[in-house]
Design a protein around this ligand. Structure first.
Ligand SMILES: C[S@@+](CC[C@H](N)C(=O)[O-])C[C@H]1O[C@@H](n2cnc3c(N)ncnc32)[C@H](O)[C@@H]1O
Length: 246
């Protein structure tokens, strides 16, 4: 099976292990690929929707019925990830869902049962994922930035066992770092395209605030988004200089 660029990055960042869970699996392409390529020996395909989970069942019955017969795949109709599955996997993937939903699903798992690694690929609000990681004292071991169609995308590989409350102390205290930390500059993916797309997006937000009437909170938002764009410009310059130096 040929994966999309986004799913391929997720597969690479899962690395290898015994068991993984794909929460909000839908078509089940990622767990299927990981089994097919012998990167994991058991996969849990989890989804809250029967219709979505049926797509994963179909993927396996079309291309990998042997995995079902060999008991290497579990289909779980559930809201998020149960503690029972969470404690049995090396990595749990939460991809293609909103940032707020991912955080609420992560908060339902008790800390002691969190898998060693979590891959989060939020459809929006990546700052919420960073905030959760920083507040828990976890670390982001690997990250990727790219675009998919019109959408800027992020993937975070969160290490829940490397508890280091001071690891992200600067980022934790700076709201701009929650949106655009400097770690983006050394991440995987297509950083230039990602930054360009984000600049367009926040420039449009800024434009909508230009007609603001006398209102302190709108002024604050205007200042904040201006600072975000300054940070993006700074990162683009750094990236350009490092490309030129190569
Ligand atoms: C856009 S699809 C993402 C599919 C796949 N993970 C990907 O990234 O390509 C989102 C899936 O999340 C599922 N979902 C939404 N809320 C969920 C929840 N609370 N628990 C588990 N799955 C959920 C939906 O049913 C849907 O199948």
């Amino acid at each position: 099976m040929k994966l999309s660029y986004r799913l391929e990055l997720l597969a690479q960042m899962c690395e290898k292990g015994k068991a993984m869970a794909d929460v909000g699996t839908d078509h089940g392409f990622l767990p299927f690929y990981l089994l097919e390529n012998q990167l994991f020996s058991h996969v849990y395909c989890c989804d809250i929707s029967r219709q979505s989970l049926n797509k994963a069942v179909e993927t396996f019955s079309n291309w990998g019925a042997r995995f079902v017969q060999e008991g290497k795949v579990t289909f779980e109709l559930a809201d998020g990830l149960s503690d029972n599955i969470a404690r049995n996997v090396d990595v749990a993937v939460f991809a293609g869902m909103g940032g707020t939903l991912i955080i609420s699903l992560l908060n339902k798992i008790s800390d002691e049962n969190l898998p060693p690694f979590i891959l989060a690929q939020p459809r929006n609000k990546p700052e919420l994922i960073r905030k959760w990681v920083y507040n828990k004292g976890f670390t982001i071991d690997n990250e990727a930035y790219f675009i998919e169609g019109p959408r800027p995308c992020e993937i975070f590989k969160i290490n829940t066992k490397c508890n280091n409350p001071s690891a992200h102390v600067t980022e934790k205290n700076n709201e701009i770092d929650l949106f655009f930390p400097y770690s983006i500059l050394t991440a995987k993916g297509n950083l230039a395209q990602y930054l360009k797309r984000q600049k367009v997006r926040y420039t449009n937000v800024l434009k909508t605030l230009e007609d603001r009437t006398d209102n302190t909170s709108a002024d604050e938002r205007y200042r904040f988004f201006s600072e975000l764009i300054d940070r993006i410009n700074e990162m683009e310059d750094t990236l350009k200089r490092s490309m030129e130096a190569r």
